[in-house]
Design a binder for this molecule. Structure first.
Ligand code: IPM
Ligand code: MG
Length: 357
């Protein structure tokens, strides 16, 4: 029996609802397969913990997480705590502390879900966005002086390092190489940004030499939004800076029909530390506790987690089950269905139970 240690951090808003759904699906997969086991430990960190202790996680939080094979994360954000506190108190310290420098965001149109783009269906849009996750515009470098005065100054410095850019390019080329089309689009803004983005382009060209079987092209980020919208079939694997990919992945989610189904994996490709898997959608307080949160993004990120752990067969089985259920129209209201979180979850678990793959 292969065993893995999973740290579950459901955190805020709908996080606990979708993580519970995800764990239920993972339980069904373990029963169906019978040859692997997830030992899950729950952590009560997040905004409630912050209200009690003044911290989003304990001081030794990263130390506590280190022994785990993966982190299964819900969402952070609360209406009464500033977003930069919740984010920089929990999610970003984990990403940065564990050097999860590759953020992987697959987007596809699931059967039964319609894209806002006319005539675009499943198969026309099948992308993976690789987001640089450790530096760039989110490096956390900058400061404010003369606070509150008319002369106040704030800087938010983007950091691009040769090491950081090279490793994300290598990761992206390798991922592109593993997909049938072997095609990578490098997003840039080197027409306006002469230093960091020009180095980004140069390093992309250098790394491309290591992957002669991968075709690649380069797109300015503004033009990229047009190409994604008007010619989605022309894209496959995409690599972009932290902020560019943040924005493009929201667009990707919308074009695929809903951010409610979009997953993400924060990966340390060198496996020195646990990687972290989460739905993109965030805490969504407006629907918290109503039982209608879409669990599909969490199922999808659970599949990414299984893939990362080396349980590819279970990952495929989970995604097939999700697709079967969405094709049947068993969906939450955000994607036009009438089902509750629990109904979608039960249907996915049943599809796993009876799956023949
Ligand atoms: C995302 C989110 C976060 C980000 C927010 C919550 C800061 O939008 O994961 O895309 O910008 O990284
Ligand atoms: Mg975002």
């Amino acid at each position: 029996m292969r065993e893995y240690k999973i740290a579950a951090i459901p955190a805020d808003g709908i996080g606990p609802e979708v993580i519970a759904a995800g764990l239920q699906a993972l339980e069904s997969l373990q029963q169906r397969s019978g040859d692997f086991k997830l030992n899950v430990k729950h952590f009560d960190w997040g905004s409630d913990y912050y209200k009690k202790t003044g911290r989003m996680m304990p001081e030794d939080g990263l130390e506590q997480l280190k022994p785990f094979d993966a982190i299964f994360f819900g969402a952070v954000g609360a209406p009464d705590i500033p977003d930069h506190i919740t984010l920089w108190g929990l999610r970003l310290p984990i990403c940065q502390g564990f050097d999860q420098y590759a953020n992987v965001r697959p987007t596809r149109i699931l059967p039964g879900i319609s894209s806002p783009l006319a005539g675009v269906g499943p198969g026309d849009l099948d992308w993976v966005i690789v987001r640089e996750n450790s530096e760039g515009e989110y490096a956390g470098q900058g400061g404010r002086t003369h606070r509150g005065l008319p002369e106040e100054v704030a800087t938010e410095v983007s950091i691009f390092t040769r090491v950081g850019v090279t490793r994300i390019m290598r990761f992206a080329f390798k991922l592109a190489q593993s997909r049938p089309r072997k095609f990578l689009t490098v997003v840039t803004k080197s027409n306006a940004q002469r230093y960091g983005m020009v180095m980004w382009d140069e390093i992309a060209a250098e790394v491309a030499q290591e992957f002669p079987d991968v075709t690649w092209d380069r797109m300015l980020v503004d033009a990229m939004t047009v190409r994604m919208t008007l010619n989605p079939q022309s894209l496959d694997t995409i690599v972009a800076t932290n902020l560019h990919a943040d924005i493009l992945s929201d667009l990707a989610g919308a074009l695929a029909g809903s951010l409610g189904v979009a997953p993400t994996a924060n990966i340390d490709p060198e496996r020195r530390f646990p990687s972290m898997f989460e739905p993109i959608h965030g805490s969504a307080f407006d629907i918290t506790g109503k039982g209608i949160a879409n669990p599909v993004a969490t199922f999808w990120t659970a599949a990414q987690m299984l893939d990362h752990l080396g349980e590819g067969a279970a990952a495929t089985r989970l995604m097939r089950a999700v697709e079967t259920v969405s094709a049947e129209g068993i969906m939450t209201p955000d994607v036009g269905g009438k089902a509750t979180t629990q109904e979608v979850t039960d249907a996915v678990c049943e599809a796993i139970r009876i799956s023949n793959i």
